[in-house]
Design a protein around this ligand. Structure first.
Ligand code: ZN
Length: 199
């Protein structure tokens, strides 16, 4: 027997999220219609819409913010001479949680992947080059993931910067090869950042 159309539609929407398969989507959809009040569902729907419309990339670094310039870029206590390059905003939250890094970030929104049609123009790189011209950046710390794409991205950035005075470093490999930053625990991250080496 098939689900009523509106329930089936809800299941299909849940399945758009990463890590949610048909079974989980069915549970979430059932929970929504059986357990949640209309007010709760309305609030949820509105929260989804608000987040989607208010969150945008910081004009400077590309990190998620609901302001024009994110809190990190706007914080003058931070060390503006160091910029850490990460693949996603999620990585910024991960590193911030570990409390090890007091510089600024630059979020690429992905990594180079020619097979998937992601070249330098698809990444948030243009604003990085502009930052390098306008800010006094002494060190670029590349913290892209230890995957093939992350390595290719690191090499690309290194090549672009090779004839500049900027020190280019790569975070150390306490972070296991093939993994994303988000799976590293705080101590591993602290070590990875401390053990960064000239790249
Ligand atoms: Zn920012």
């Amino acid at each position: 027997m098939q689900y009523p159309k509106s329930l089936e539609d809800l299941i299909v929407e849940w399945m758009k999220y990463p890590g949610i398969g048909r079974k989980t989507a069915e549970r979430y959809a059932m929970f929504t219609v059986n357990q949640l009040s209309k007010e709760t569902v309305e609030l949820f729907a509105q929260t989804l819409l608000d987040a989607k419309s208010k969150i945008n990339p910081c004009k400077v670094c590309g990190h998620f913010t609901d302001l024009e310039i994110c809190e990190i870029c706007a914080d003058h206590q931070r060390d503006g001479s160091k910029v850490m390059i990460v693949e996603s905003s999620k990585d910024v939250f991960t590193i911030e949680k570990s409390g090890t890094f007091k510089g600024l970030y630059h979020v690429l929104n992905g990594a180079l992947s020619p097979i998937n049609g992601i070249g330098p123009n698809e990444l948030n790189l243009f604003t990085l080059w502009t930052r390098l011209e306008n800010q006094e950046i002494k060190e670029i710390i590349i913290a892209t993931s230890a995957t093939q794409e992350g390595e290719a991205t690191a090499l690309y950035i290194k090549r672009v910067l090779q004839n500049t005075d900027i020190l280019v470093t790569r975070i150390g490999y306490g972070v296991p090869v093939g993994s994303n930053l988000e799976y590293a625990d705080d101590l591993t991250l602290v070590k990875a950042i401390e053990n960064r080496r000239v790249f």
